[in-house]
Design a binder for this molecule. Structure first.
Ligand SMILES: O=C(O)c1ccccc1N[C@@H]1O[C@H](COP(=O)(O)O)[C@@H](O)[C@H]1O
Length: 203
């Protein structure tokens, strides 16, 4: 199966074109106020238009109100929404009525039946990430092998040097990264972005 590649933390049209040109399947736009990679819905919308019809655009949110998520996703014209934080299944279900959802799990969530049941909704895909999103901390893939949900995506400290090994161990449907692809917070390093996409494609 082809692994989908998402390059997150896009803050400019320039970097959107860079990631799309490198072959990324999806670009992430972070709307969480706490993020040093926060982008406005207007810039995200323009960047999404610039990359054309094929590349997915994912709006990333952390513990934000439902109205804010739906309004921002609409204003930015994203094609999917990524939800981090302590959120009820009712909340996730409501967002999934309007947008495909990447629902972020932490390693501690993986053994929990209640959490996993809340994910079995049409249009909701699990994404396993480190406890602190955007921190560049890789997970212990070998320890998670038996718990990793089929069809889930993987994030957490991925970069050109380790993404092939992560794919080999967990066989995720998609991989997602930000910290290790940057020259500085919110600005992509072109070489790292190209090397990340290539390494994931070759894995
Ligand atoms: O990166 C951030 O600032 C951020 C803030 C709030 C929610 C999510 C955030 N980033 C997400 O973190 C993962 C992976 O990050 P990293 O590669 O380990 O640095 C990715 O899903 C981003 O969307």
């Amino acid at each position: 199966m082809t692994v989908r590649v998402k390059v997150c933390g896009t803050t400019s049209i320039h970097d959107a074109l860079l990631s799309a040109g490198a072959g990324a399947d999806a670009l992430g736009f972070i709307f969480a106020p706490v993020s040093k990679r926060r982008v406005t819905p207007e810039v995200a919308r323009e960047a999404g238009l610039a990359v054309g019809p094929v590349v997915a655009r994912v709006g990333v949110f952390l513990n934000q109100g439902l109205d804010e998520v739906l309004r921002t996703a609409e204003a930015a014209r994203v094609s999917a929404v990524q939800l981090h934080g302590d959120l009820s299944s009712l909340y996730v279900r409501e967002v999934a009525r309007y947008h495909p959802v990447l629902r972020v799990l932490r390693p501690a969530d993986l053994g929990r039946e209640d959490v996993l049941e809340g994910l079995s909704l049409p249009g909701v895909t699990p994404l396993l990430d480190a406890p602190e999103p955007g921190s560049g901390q890789p997970l212990d893939w070998a320890a998670l092998r038996d718990l990793f949900p089929a069809g889930a995506w993987l994030a957490g400290g991925l970069g050109p040097g380790n993404v092939a090994e992560a794919i080999r161990v967990l066989r995720p449907a998609g991989v997602d990264a930000v910290s290790r692809l940057e020259a500085r917070a919110g600005v992509k390093d072109p070489e790292q972005v190209r090397a990340f996409v290539q390494a994931a494609r070759r894995a």
